[in-house]
Write a protein that binds this ligand. Structure first.
Ligand code: HEC
Length: 326
């Protein structure tokens, strides 16, 4: 992804400059409280307004940079605003969702608070009379910025405090994120097909269905051969669902003028897991330049369920059942 160097900097320094708005909003309630002092109403109401203004404007940069950063490190999909969650195990994504919600809530609460502060400040500058009819008789909670904005300011700080705390956890880790990282690591080590679909590549050891490549419209107009595990071949021939643990591999050749060429196409695999659910693999180790449009421009592809690219497979193949008649 090529972004301008300045945008890169804005994105990467997100953890650094979020502290500016957060710091301003952390002292805001103190300035607001000071405005209740009868002799400093004007000074501290004005100060509160400018603190809030600077904090709120600064936070717009923080929000944008957070979004850019999240997209850069692929926690947030390129055109989305929130992380995609495929499972509850994605601890980082879960934390990021709450982090973003808290930040955005703070932004809106802050905007409202800022508007009230502006009104309170303007009221002080209004000519005697209009807004000052009850000047002498103002109750305590109506003095200075007033109790409403003070409560909003505290709420604003709470939202950003929560957001900042979660941000810190995402950057520095805590027990849960560290454990999740360790688990993911261990799972990857135990997953022998993490880098290569070993069983699909060994398709020639399975039972072939027929002896000639046949044309397949469903898989990109290629020529295909179907290979099925011995445990599933009878069920497949009888057009019944494959039993748990069985799988089918589709080896392909690209088409050349209506005939199979010697150019190998992608390998497709459909598997029935022990729990009966379907899993898919799509492996295309070297994508010829002319065909890269099919896979978003990539020169090599290895997708496995639950990769979202494989949603189309499930669309046709349903839940573990046999493929629909072509
Ligand atoms: C347009 C519908 C369609 C889509 C999309 C599709 N398939 Fe298929 N698939 C079929 C049909 C129909 C067959 C039966 C053989 C044939 O006609 O090609 C089949 C056969 C297969 C087979 C071999 C036999 C079997 O029944 O399992 C595998 C393996 C397979 N597909 C995997 C995939 C994978 C992986 C994807 C996603 C990358 C996919 N398919 C997408 C329709 C589809």
């Amino acid at each position: 992804m090529s972004t301008a160097p300045l945008l890169d900097l804005v994105a990467r320094e997100h953890p650094a400059f979020v502290h500016i708005p957060l710091g301003l909003i952390a002292v805001l309630p103190v300035a607001m409280l000071a405005s209740f002092h009868p002799r400093h109403i004007r000074l501290w109401t004005g100060t509160s307004f400018f603190l809030a203004l600077a904090g709120w404007l600064g936070s717009t940069v923080a929000l944008v940079s957070g979004l850019l950063w999240g997209r850069q490190i692929a926690l947030i999909p390129p055109t989305a605003y929130f992380p995609a969650m495929a499972s509850q195990k994605q601890v980082l994504q879960r934390i990021l969702q709450v982090h973003e919600l808290a930040a955005v809530s703070g932004f809106f609460i802050g905007g409202f608070c800022l508007w009230l502060l502006w009104r309170a400040w303007r009221r002080l500058d209004a000519p005697e009379g209009a807004g000052h009819r009850r000047r002498g008789g103002r109750r305590f909670w109506e003095r200075g910025v007033g109790a409403g904005p003070l409560l909003l300011g505290i709420l604003w700080l709470s939202c950003w405090g929560l957001s900042g705390k979660l941000g810190g956890i995402m950057v520095f880790g805590n027990e849960e994120t560290n454990r999740a990282a360790a688990e993911a690591d261990a799972a990857k080590r135990a997953d022998v097909e993490a880098d290569l679909p070993i069983r699909a590549l060994d398709y020639a050891s399975l039972e072939p269905l027929g002896s000639e490549p046949a044309p397949s419209k469903a898989h990109g107009n290629r020529w295909q051969r179907i290979w099925i595990t011995a445990s599933g071949i009878d069920a497949y021939r009888a057009e019944k669902p494959l039993p748990p643990g069985a799988y089918a591999v589709l080896s392909t050749f690209e088409d050349r003028k209506g005939k199979p060429s010697h150019e190998p196409g992608p390998l497709y695999m459909r598997e029935v897991k022990a729990d009966g659910s379907a899993a898919f693999t799509f492996y295309w180790p070297r994508v010829p330049e002319a065909l890269r449009g099919e896979v978003g421009g990539q020169d090599s592809v290895y997708w496995r369920s639950p990769d979202p690219h494989l949603a189309a497979c499930l669309g046709c193949h349903g839940k573990g059942g046999p493929a629909p008649a072509p």
